[in-house]
Structure formats: C-alpha cells, structure tokens
Design a protein around this ligand. Structure first.
Ligand code: FCB
Length: 451
C-alpha cells in the first residue's frame, strides 16, 4: 500500500520533556523537582539512573535544534521546567532566558515551538507543601503559566499546560512508581481535580497573556474487555471511566463522568468545572497501546499486588497476538484510530481539532556502526500508526498533526536510560547523537517522499 497523503498544513513534529533531556539540574538557579528527589531514593529508578545530565540538552540545544531542522519537522514539542523558571513563586530570570533562547533558535530554524508547562517535574518545595493534593498549587501553576505566556506567547504556537494528568495521578500519587512516590490508592483523587483546575486556570492565564493554540496532552487508549462476559465488560467500563473520561469529560463536557467521582472531589466542584472546561483550541492525545481489562480475580491480587491497590474491580491483562516493543508494550496501530474514533463518538461537535501529541516505541537499538543505527521496528511502528491515523482522518477526524515520541533517546522515568524511544541515538558517555534509520525515514515522510 502506498504511504497515505496528509494535508499540506499537517504539522509533523517530535516531542520531548525537560527532565528527560535537559540535565543541568543545579544550574542557573534551577531548584529541585520531585524527580530529582525520587531519583535520589535507592531502588526507585532502574540502575540508579537520574536526570542530572540526561542528554545535556540544556547545553546542546543548538545542536539538537539543528537535527530537528535537518529532519524537516514543522513543530517541536518540548516542556518548560517549572523548577527552573519559578522555583518558589519568584521568577528565575536565567531559567526563563533559556526557553527564550530555545524558542528563538526554533523560530530561526522554521520550527513552530509547542510548549508543555508541566511534564511531571513539580518543584519540590510545592510538593513539600502537599503538591497536587492541595488546592494551593493551582494558583502557583496559574502564576507560572502567566509568566511564561507573557514572555513566549509571541512565538510559541501550541500550548499544553499539562502532560498526562492520569499518569501523574496513578503512578505518582496512587501507586507510587513515579515521583512523588505516594501510594494513596483512591485517596489520590484530589490530584485529579487539582491538576484539572490547574489546567483550566493556566488556560485562562495563557489567554489573558495573548497566547493562542491552547490545548492539553493527555494519554488515552481504547479499553478492550478481556472477554464478552458481563463481569469483564463491566470491569473494562470502570477502567475506561477512570483512565479516559475522568480526565477528558471535565475538560470537554464540564462534568465528571459519574456522580460518585464528582462527589469524591474536593470542592467547590461545580464552580471549578466551569474553569476546567474553558474552551480549548485543540485536544492532544498521547497514544501508545490499548488496555485489555478483565474483572479482578484472587490470582490478580498476587500478581499485581505490588502494583495495584487492593480492592479494585478490574485488572489489566497482557495483550496477546500483537508484536511487542522491547519495553513490552503491544504494537497496535489500529488502537490509535480507535482512540480518535472514541473521542469523536463521545464528544461529537464539542470536540476541538485533535493533535497526536505523542506516539512512539522503545527498542534496545544497537550502538551505531559507521554512523548508522538500523531500527526497522521503529520505522514499522510509526509507519503503522501514521497509516491508522490517515484512516481515522479519511473517516472524518480533524487531526492537525503528529508528534513522534521522541526526538532523541532520553531518560525514561523509572526505567532510566535502558528504554530508547528516540529517532536519534544518544551515546550517554560521549553525548554523541547519531540519527537512526527511523530519522531518515521520518524525514522522507515529512518531505512527502515516503513509500
Ligand atoms: C509518556 C510520557 C513521556 C514518555 C513516553 C514514553 O507517558 O509522556 O514522557 O515517557 O510516555
């Protein structure tokens, strides 16, 4: 099948996040974030890896933007480090200057800057005061959004106040395998409401600063019932409500998906929902793999005991019959089409234009030989997902762009540096960057030369 055609103004992009690439964690007035703290705790991150140096992007951003320019992307999604810019409520001029330089460099390369404001690196000082469990943090977040919006709003084309609030809630506060490492189970629900409120206030602050192109980057996936039985179908429905609609409904419909969840939130919920549902210019979906979910059994308690809080009515099951990445994630390109379709079905005309703000795969690529890194599996991943996206668009979806995760290999959170998602290989000892075969392939896609 020939490679599908995308509209001429389709935005081809790549994505990254501050803590995963920047390093320079103690430079130019940056204060610690929850991820610095988490990485310093023994046993939290594979191999004791930390983001202290990462890909040294803070010092090598010019080289990295040069790679993006040669790739031909129209947009670069990066995140701004809150603890670099506003560590304790006061603006750190040197931190903000870095993003000013990065944005200028991107503009000079003809690349539209797309900025995330919070990609998981909460300033440690705010976490010490209760973090996303408190209402207070939402005001701090709005102040930070205003500062960044005023400085960069003339050049940044797309804004995403939050990245994946579901992951922050589930892994950071409910299960504890991400920073800040809390194991609160359902007591983590305030983190949902406060992130959503922070999102709404930040959207308003950005608008007030004259910014345009405001959305979110939220992870979503189709939830497949493990069988047709009533219990499995019901379990899949509960899971779907919690991981997809708990986050999207308040933003796109101004209400929580079920009343039990609304009443569990710290209030004033109705007034907050009016802020949370401030209209967006786009909705960004991060997609990696579907979820297969069944009713939990006593076996699950043993298998998943360490990961899932007790008493949940559902349990994720391994997806079989599809290839998996080296990270063990199922490769299901049609899941991207299904995700887009489920948003269209649920929200109809209330759905703003979509972006795929992340999609990608980790393979444990070989070291470069003669300047080459063959990564046919990664090419197959993006090829398949772009074809699925083209199909969704042919079915009527209004999708404006695709951001491959990620530009370069980087620090993959609790998995450290073992997982490699980049189109560009990074040798962490020398910081040498080597474009992989997938980089050359993506360049051809963008140039309209893909086969
Ligand atoms: C997403 C994150 C991103 C990256 C990819 C693999 O959940 O937003 O930072 O780690 O997964």
């Amino acid at each position: 099948m020939p490679f599908p055609e995308f509209p001429p103004d389709f935005r081809w992009g790549v994505a990254s996040a501050a803590y995963q690439v920047e390093g320079a964690v103690a430079e130019d007035g940056r204060a610690p974030s929850v991820w610095d703290t988490f990485c310093a705790e023994p046993g939290r991150v594979r191999g004791g890896d930390t983001g202290a140096v990462a890909t040294d992007h803070y010092h090598r951003y010019r080289e990295d933007v040069g790679l993006l320019r040669d790739l031909g992307v129209g947009a670069y999604r990066f995140s701004i480090s809150w603890p670099r810019v506003m560590p304790d409520g006061v603006v750190n001029a040197k931190g903000l200057d870095f993003y000013d330089r990065l944005v200028d460099e991107l503009c000079a390369a003809g690349i539209a800057p797309a900025a995330t404001l919070f990609h998981w690196d909460t300033p440690q000082a705010l976490e010490d005061a209760g973090g996303w469990l408190t209402r207070d943090i939402t005001g701090h977040f709005a102040d930070y959004a205003a500062v960044v919006g005023e400085r960069l709003g003339d050049r940044v084309r797309l804004w995403m106040p939050l990245n994946e609030p579901m992951v922050v809630t589930m892994f950071g506060y409910a299960l504890g395998n991400h920073a800040p490492g809390k194991t609160l189970g359902f007591e983590a629900l305030p983190a949902v409401h406060h992130q959503l409120l922070g999102h709404g206030l930040a959207v308003q602050a950005l608008r007030a600063a004259g910014c345009t192109g405001i959305g979110i980057a939220s992870n979503h996936a189709p939830v497949w019932p493990a069988s047709e039985s009533e219990v499995d179908t019901e379990a899949a429905r509960s899971y779907d409500t919690l991981v997809n609609w708990l986050f999207a409904d308040p933003i796109l419909r101004g209400r929580y998906p079920v009343e039990e969840l609304a009443v569990a939130m710290p209030g004033p919920v109705v007034a907050d929902l009016a802020v949370i549902s401030t209209p967006l210019d786009f909705y960004g979906i991060n997609y990696y793999q579907p979820a297969l979910v069944g009713a939990s059994t006593s076996d699950d308690a043993e298998v998943a005991g360490a990961l899932l809080p007790p008493g949940l009515p559902f349990a994720p099951r391994p997806i079989t019959g599809y290839p998996t990445t080296d990270f063990g994630w199922a490769v299901v390109p049609d899941g991207l089409r299904q995700t887009v379709q489920m948003f269209r079905d649920r929200y109809g005309d209330a759905l703003p234009p979509l972006y795929i703000t992340e999609s990608g795969c980790s393979y444990h690529d070989p070291d470069p030989v003669d300047g080459r890194v063959p990564d046919a599996d990664r090419i197959a991943y993006h090829d398949g997902h772009l074809r699925a996206l083209a199909q969704a668009m042919a079915e009527g979806a209004d999708v404006r762009g695709y951001f491959a995760w990620s530009a370069t290999d980087n620090f993959e959170w609790a998995e450290g540096y073992r997982e490699r998602f980049g189109l560009v290989h990074v040798d962490y000892a020398s910081q040498v960057r080597t474009p992989k075969d997938s980089y050359h392939w993506y360049r051809d896609v963008i140039a309209g030369r893909a086969v």
